[in-house]
Write a protein of this length. Structure first.
Length: 295
């Protein structure tokens, strides 16, 4: 009996030692928290930016419809979304979806999900990233991410998950930064991207409303109402879009900085996740503002 207990005790000790060794090779509590905070904030940023692309296109349709009602012959009913077309929206939403997929994959890698869910998240990220114009993403990078995630398997071995997380973050770094640069370019008021197209539409609506308003009879209440409504729409849209563009541009930079901070945190457990924490705070504040602006 004594020898049996000794064997059991020895096995238990060996098992505990193995568990400690595997845990030591895995991610620390601080690293996991940084990954979770980064993932959640990046997801929220991505979905908000996707929403803004869709809603700003709808704004343009409504502004062009208002111009049409005021008799602007330059507006065609078949081209109400001119400059900010559905195809342009879909291209940008796809890029942001890849960013969201990246965040989802990181969170799943530190969670308790099945092998199937992990592979699905990985495939979705890689597939969306490949479709983005202007983003360099090689076959080698795609295979590297796929193999890193597949190596985790269905086993909850901390060291495997830690290795996969680090490989995904490193291999996806440059493509993710490029996506963020594309977002910043689109919302930059000094660029020729999405922002320029939107501002042109507000300017044209306001200009045509002023032109029509100067020739409207004082007794034509219907026409006066349309003019005032168009002017208010142009002013409101321009003010809101300027604010939202500034916020999204700043947040895109914050995500890029947090991505670099995350790489450092994953490389050394004593590095502070300050950039990640700042991103999470900024995104929370933006969500509160954005819900009011786009209520």
């Amino acid at each position: 009996m004594r020898s049996v207990f000794k064997k059991i005790g020895r096995r238990t000790v060996i098992g505990l030692c193995l568990a400690v060794t595997l845990s030591a090779c895995g991610l620390t509590v601080k690293q996991k928290a940084a990954l979770d905070h980064f993932g959640a904030a990046t997801q929220d940023f991505s979905t908000s930016a996707q929403t803004e692309f869709q809603k700003s296109r709808q704004d343009v349709i409504e502004m062009n419809r208002a111009r049409f009602e005021l008799g602007d012959s330059r507006v065609k009913l078949t081209e109400l979304d001119r400059l900010l077309t559905k195809d342009r929206v879909q291209t940008r939403v796809a890029a942001l979806q890849a960013l969201e997929d990246y965040a989802v994959l990181l969170r799943k890698l530190i969670g308790t999900v099945s092998e199937g869910e992990l592979l699905e998240a990985s495939n979705s990220f890689v597939s969306n990233l490949r479709t983005i114009k202007g983003v360099s993403f090689s076959e080698e990078q795609a295979e590297g991410i796929g193999k890193a995630v597949a190596a985790v398997g269905g086993l909850y071995v901390e060291r495997k998950r830690a290795r996969a997380v680090r490989q995904v973050v490193e291999m996806a770094n440059e493509p993710i930064l490029t996506v963020l640069d594309l977002v910043k370019h689109d919302f930059d008021p000094k660029s020729t991207g999405w922002n320029a197209g939107y501002r042109l539409m507000t300017t044209e609506l306001d200009g045509h409303a002023l032109k029509v308003g100067g020739s409207v009879s004082l007794n034509d209440l219907t026409a006066k109402h349309l003019v005032l409504k168009a002017q208010a729409m142009a002013a409101e849209n321009a003010t809101r879009f300027d604010l939202v563009s500034s916020e999204i541009t700043g947040l895109a930079s914050a995500v890029a900085e947090a991505q670099q901070n995350l790489r450092q945190v994953l490389s050394a457990s004593d590095v502070s996740p300050e950039g990640v924490n700042q991103l999470a705070k900024k995104v929370r504040e933006f969500k509160s503002i954005y819900s009011l602006l786009r209520n």
